[in-house]
Design a protein around this ligand. Structure first.
Ligand code: NAD
Length: 467
């Protein structure tokens, strides 16, 4: 089994870009910076490796993905420690160990999902079969919040379908993804998966690079829009998993204490830095005070601190920029007269990017903390009276990744769910993803699906054989 030190030594280079621990501001390691020429070389190597990889067939590729998952399991603790030091999420809770375990789970799910050709016509008028072929080389560009897990969401299905992959992690969390690449490349043939670390320029170069049949992007809506514009020349297929501003709607029939812990983790998983976290909570006036009190009681108990300390379940914000965004939004809410129930007073001079878990009550629905994506540990809780009005508020923003409805009558909640404009609506939970359940956004949250059979189809080209 690999140690944290040996894993880091395998990917960190002396003259690379320093990557700091967001809990301590100390340098974790140094990431290589790939150039445009490195990218061109990587794409050429991926093109060379692709026919052989596709020729292995589904069964052999699936076997290798399972072996890659075993390799991840063997190095899971070392990988989790690197994630905790680089990205900041704690080892425990739904944190870095959970992330490393998720990588193995998604590799195994990509291997296990069946995708058979479909007989779409077979009668006296003719016969047609729809099959899914490899695209060729897939480019993947990732964010910093769940760096290793989201990388696996991109490369595992793409590899399963016979594509080769060139992947660029976020400039803030390259080491975890380089390390994951090194682990799975213990079993994959050369050139099948390459990880190139670099900045925004390298991402922009990928959108213009000939050779990519598809780009998978997870990140902000602004960058997603830039990728659509910049990729017009090469016309790769696109999957865009963009920002979210997920509403949660709490109906008057809930038991506040029974739902409080799930509400908390829906909003505060990874210290709020999760695409499909609950980012604005609408609570019916009948249960408003009781829900705020129950949520506060849960939130108060959650330990925040460096990710490597076993007792912590909340960590720092990964970047100082993200700290500033959360700080600004909470200060604006305060100035508007909203009530800070918990948190809201960060120590701005302390090391690290720690912002305390913050609950903001009696806030106007049009406050920036409500309508902008905070991507951090500050939850606005809005009081509502009328169901139609709250559904209108939920649908008013240009985001549509997830949403949730909370009720002791799941049937009624499902009815309400059909009126919400988002890719997923959870009932009595928020944000849970499963490798067999398709996931993707609508509106400003992007397009395309990941996971399950739909996720495999998205990294393949459909071909009809007619006759
Ligand atoms: P970001 O858009 O700033 O960066 C994402 C990646 O894009 C990085 O690797 C970056 O180097 C690269 N990039 C930057 N400019 C580029 C360009 N012009 N062309 C190509 N690539 C470029 O996003 P972030 O701050 O790393 O991530 C946070 C955002 O991601 C949040 O909005 C969050 O909601 C979203 N997110 C969405 C999902 C999802 O599944 N929908 C998952 C995680 C995060």
């Amino acid at each position: 089994m690999e140690t944290y030190e040996s894993l880091l030594a395998a990917v960190s280079v002396e003259d690379g870009e320093p990557i700091t621990n967001p809990a301590t501001d100390e340098v974790v390691g140094r990431a290589p910076q790939a150039t445009a020429d490195d990218l061109t070389r990587a794409v050429a190597a991926a093109e060379k490796a692709q026919p052989g990889w596709a020729a292995l067939g589904h069964e052999r590729r699936s076997q290798l993905l399972n072996e890659a998952a075993d390799a991840v399991d063997r190095s899971a603790e070392a990988l989790a420690e690197l994630i905790a030091r680089e990205q900041g999420k704690p080892l425990n809770g739904p944190g870095a160990r959970f992330e490393a375990g998720g990588v193995a789970a998604w590799l195994r799910a990509a291997a296990a999902t069946p995708l058979e050709p479909e007989q779409v016509l077979d009668d006296e008028t003719g016969r047609a079969t729809l099959s899914y072929r490899p695209i060729g080389v897939v480019g993947a560009i990732g964010p910093w919040n769940w760096p290793a897990l989201i990388a696996s969401w991109q490369f595992a299905p793409a590899l399963r379908m016979g594509n080769t992959v060139v992947l660029k992690p976020s400039e803030y969390t390259p080491l975890s993804v380089l390390a994951l690449g090194a682990i799975v490349n213990q079993v994959l043939p050369e050139g099948v998966l390459q990880v190139l670390s670099g900045g925004r320029d390298l991402g922009a170069a990928m959108t213009n690079q000939p050779g990519f049949g598809k780009l998978m992007f997870t990140g902000s809506t602004a960058t997603g829009r830039a990728i659509v514009a910049e990729s017009a020349e090469q016309l790769p297929r696109l999957t865009l998993e963009l920002g979210g501003n997920d509403p949660g709607i709490v109906l008057p029939d809930v038991d506040p204490e029974a739902i409080a812990e799930d509400l908390f983790w829906g909003a505060f998983i990874n210290t709020g830095q999760t695409c499909a976290a609950l980012k604005r909570l609408y609570v019916h006036e009948d249960v408003y005070d009781a829900v705020v009190a129950a949520l506060t009681a849960v939130a108060e108990k959650m330990a925040m601190g460096p990710g490597t300390d076993e007792q912590n379940v909340l960590g720092p914000l990964t970047t100082p920029q993200q700290f500033k965004i959360v700080d600004r939004l909470v200060e604006q809410a305060k100035a508007s007269g909203a009530r800070i129930v918990l948190g809201g007073e960060p120590d701005r001079d302390a090391p690290g990017n720690f912002y305390p878990a913050t609950l903001v009550a009696d806030i106007d629905p049009d406050q920036p903390l409500v309508i902008e994506e905070q991507f951090g540990p500050a939850l606005p809780i809005i009081r509502y009276r009328d169901l139609d009005e709250v559904i209108g508020l939920a649908n008013a923003l240009d985001a549509g990744l997830g949403a949730s409805v909370w009720s002791s009558d799941p049937g009624a909640a499902r009815e309400i769910a059909t009126r919400i404009q988002s890719g997923t609506v959870w009932i009595n939970s928020h944000g849970g993803v499963h490798p067999m359940v398709p996931f993707g956004g609508v509106k400003g949250s992007g397009y395309g699906l990941e996971f399950g059979v739909e996720g495999l189809k998205a990294v393949a080209v459909p071909q009809v054989i007619n006759g």
